[in-house]
Ligand binder design. Structure first.
Ligand code: GLA
Length: 755
């Protein structure tokens, strides 16, 4: 039984295959957090919560004068409140009608149901009814009658527990929610560290590991989106945890707006984690009878390090967050014209690139920015979603048909949330832009933001995009968003409601995405925000892939994709082979290396196919055929990080068929050394008793002189020559020797197949 509710003891135990979570309502009615960790039994573990008087930590009145040992300031709780005796960071801050900031939640009841709850208007993990169970615990503040419904979704097989909160104003007066986090998790002991994923434009999701010492530690975004700067994902772990060892907890927020993840180690060295909507730009009015739903957070626990933790999240994102036709269908190999032409193209030029690409096996042509309105640079045109027929030399419909005639599908770039001051849309609806009246707005990339909190704006965008989708043969949409939101204000909200703007904006975005993806299910949507500025599990509910970064340098991508892989599967990471010298870094890397790295993602090209030499064209054909051959492994296999980009020589990763029949190991020499030590990786996920043959992809040898190739073949490590086999046990325990580097940034792909 995944959920065991003992009504009498008011004890709730959630089990997944390998984890257990427990909470208990105590005599006062406080819902205590008791346990989260490796799979355990259903016994009451609340004995471990020691009540002891702590100076300056107050005691609830109801406990009487003799009860100095009971304090909300030190008790582990499921959902802590501001203003009633807990001086730590708290999950809920309510402003009551009299202006007081206080809530004290007491247990009221619970309900268990089959299947996984959903959340109106927000992304949420979903599953077949038999695969998930829901526990809802109701708490109430007796003074204000505010009710808090804590929702827990248990995905047994995935080792995933989700959480969300519904807050209902059951009282007679209006209240304001000043903070409504999605979760609170308290550990009563232990020393922890956390891994957070920071970055910036073209350098997303770098890993930082910090000790959660005494004090408050926080990451978040007040940029309107989840942001490049901190990803809404974190891992809390034991000090010694690594890829294969140690206890660790993952928290992934299904939300694309402003968020905060905070941790505090308190006076008795307990650690609290709170995650939810960032409170800085949040003040939600709740009239009597109204309800507020927080976004969802997905949690997982692994006793065996980060690898298992990531794979739990990968599986769940692939199968229980991504939706629609493109969840299962093979994604087409695309070519995007951005780095080939930027804004400077004609329709004729695009068709020529498409024709050349089609001959190489590319399947989808994506027309990026610049096809609409007055848009020859980033100063104007956003909002005018009408094709620039003069520039294209024909209608968009005709252009799409010409591309389809080349044997390709057609895709199109949009930035629906953007608006340029120099646009017809802005001239017609200046009140649709997000600006604060009487102040000069903050420009970014010379543009403003369209007020997606407004329903009329949402409807306009739905109508405009639907019209284009209906009249043009469109198979793919790149949904971009190229600035952070400052000047938060909506002309459609009252002064008292401006604190709802940031969240209403996200709800508006989700409504538009939900409507369009449901109406046009055959279109593959790819999210983007100046690369990976809105790369979160919320967006993945609507767009099953997201452009990982505007940095297309394969060596820089090793780090970006490595960091991203902690929380997200490769099937979600938009990755392209681009030209050299690379446009962001001027670095020159072998073609085979660029394709190897792009294959740890959705795989496509972002270069001018008309400029490829015959030799390069042959390479592209071969890369595409390899990608198709490895597709299932790449997109659906179990992902293992073998060597980090911080390794001396190589970054290496592996995708293994879930039953262990085959695996693909990829290794890139990010640093080449003279007299280098051999690189050996321990292959994971194979069957110990089976024998395997190694197939080395020789693409990296193509540019080599004949003598070098001969020498290389002579020096090949054991396992790569005709007839040689290695057992799964040996590959796992002793390891696989990666062939050496023949040049800078050499990459190898090794396909390991059961004999
Ligand atoms: C963003 C995207 C790029 C490209 C440009 C177009 O920066 O991340 O891939 O689409 O916008 O303006």
């Amino acid at each position: 039984m995944p959920i065991i509710a003992d009504a009498e003891k008011r004890l709730f135990t959630l089990h997944t295959k390998n984890t257990t979570y427990q909470m208990k309502a105590d005599s006062l009615g406080t819902l205590l957090h008791v346990y989260y960790g490796e799979r355990s039994d259903d016994s009451d573990k609340s004995y471990a919560i020691c009540l002891r008087g702590r100076g300056f930590s107050g005691n609830p009145y109801e406990m009487g004068r003799d009860n100095k040992d009971y304090s909300l300031d030190v008790l582990p709780q499921e959902y802590s409140c501001y203003g009633t005796g807990d001086y730590r960071i708290t999950a809920l801050k309510v402003q009551n009608a009299d202006g007081s900031l206080a809530a004290a939640l007491r247990y009221k009841g619970y309900q268990v149901s089959k299947g996984k709850y959903s959340i109106p208007g927000l992304p949420a993990v979903y599953s077949e009814e038999k695969e998930a169970d829901t526990l809802e615990i109701v708490l109430e503040d007796p003074a204000s009658k505010v009710e808090v419904h804590l929702l827990y979704g248990v995905l047994y097989e995935n080792d995933i527990i989700t959480r969300a909160v519904k807050i209902v104003n059951g009282g007679p007066d209006g209240i304001v929610l000043q903070k409504a986090a999605s979760m609170n998790l308290d550990w009563i002991n232990g020393d922890y560290e956390w891994l957070t994923f920071y970055g910036g434009h073209v350098m997303e999701r770098n890993i930082q590991r910090d000790e959660l010492g005494h004090g408050i530690h926080a990451i978040g975004s007040v940029r309107g989106t989840s942001s490049h700067h901190y990803n809404p994902f974190a891992i809390v772990c034991e000090r010694n945890a690594d890829e294969e060892r140690g206890r660790c907890y993952g928290f992934s927020f299904l939300y694309s707006g402003e968020f905060q993840m905070e941790a505090e180690k308190d006076q008795v060295s307990q650690t609290r984690l709170i995650c939810g909507i960032h409170p800085d730009n949040f003040a939600w009015n709740l009239q009597p009878g109204e309800a507020f739903d927080t976004p969802e957070i997905m949690m997982t626990y692994s006793a065996d390090g980060f690898g298992t933790l990531s794979r739990n999240l990968h599986r769940t994102i692939r199968e229980n967050i991504c939706r629609g036709e493109w969840k299962e269908k093979r994604r087409p190999v695309l070519i995007n014209n951005w780095e080939a032409t930027y804004f400077n193209f004609t329709g004729e030029q695009l068709v020529t690139i498409a024709r050349n690409a089609a001959e190489l096996g590319v399947e989808l042509f994506v027309l990026d920015d610049g096809w609409f309105g007055k848009r020859d640079d980033d100063n104007s045109g956003l909002g005018d979603w009408f094709p620039n027929e003069k520039k294209l030399g024909c209608t968009l419909k005709e252009l799409a048909e010409r591309i389809v005639d080349c044997g390709l599908q057609f895709g199109l770039w949009f930035e629906p949330e953007g608006i340029s001051e120099d646009s017809d849309l802005y001239r017609e609806h200046p009140d649709w832009a997000v600006v604060i009246p009487g102040r000069n707005p903050n420009l970014s990339r010379n543009q403003l933001i369209l007020d997606f909190s407004r329903e009329d704006v949402q409807d306009y965008i739905i109508e405009r995009m639907s019209a284009i989708f209906a009249e043009t043969l469109i198979s793919y949409v790149k949904w971009d968003f190229n600035r952070s939101i400052c000047d938060k204000f909506s002309m459609a909200l009252t002064a008292q409601s401006q604190g709802e703007f940031a969240h209403r904006y996200v709800l508006g975005l989700y409504r538009v995405l939900e409507t369009l993806t449901a109406k046009f299910p055959h279109i593959l949507f790819e999210g983007c925000s100046g690369g990976g500025g809105r790369f979160d599990a919320g967006m993945l509910y609507y767009t099953p892939q997201i452009w990982c970064s505007d940095n297309t340098d394969a060596i820089a991508r090793l780090e970006i994709q490595y960091g991203t892989s902690f929380g997200y599967p490769v099937s979600t990471m938009g990755a392209h082979v681009s030209a050299v010298p690379n446009h962001q870094t001027r670095r020159i890397m072998p073609f085979s290396t660029r394709s190897c790295v792009a294959m740890a993602g959705t795989f496509g090209y972002e270069l001018d196919a008309t400029k490829l030499s015959e030799e390069e064209k042959a390479q592209v054909r071969q890369q595409i055929s390899r990608f198709k051959e490895y597709y299932d492994l790449i997109q659906h296999g179990e992902y293992y990080r073998l060597l980090a980009p911080t390794d001396r020589q190589c970054t290496a990763w592996e995708m293994a068929e879930p039953a262990g029949k085959e695996a693909l190991v990829s290794a890139v020499y990010h640093r080449v050394e003279g007299n280098a030590a051999p690189v050996i990786v321990k292959v994971q996920g194979l069957k110990a008793e089976a024998n395997y043959r190694m197939h080395l992809n020789m693409d990296g040898l193509e540019d080599m002189p004949e003598e070098a190739k001969e020498w290389f073949m002579k020096c090949l490590p054991y396992g790569y020559k005709e007839g040689e086999m290695i057992s799964g046990a040996a590959l796992q325990q002793c390891g696989l020797v990666i062939p050496g580097a023949m040049e800078e940034y050499q990459a190898w792909q090794i396909h390991i197949v059961e004999a």
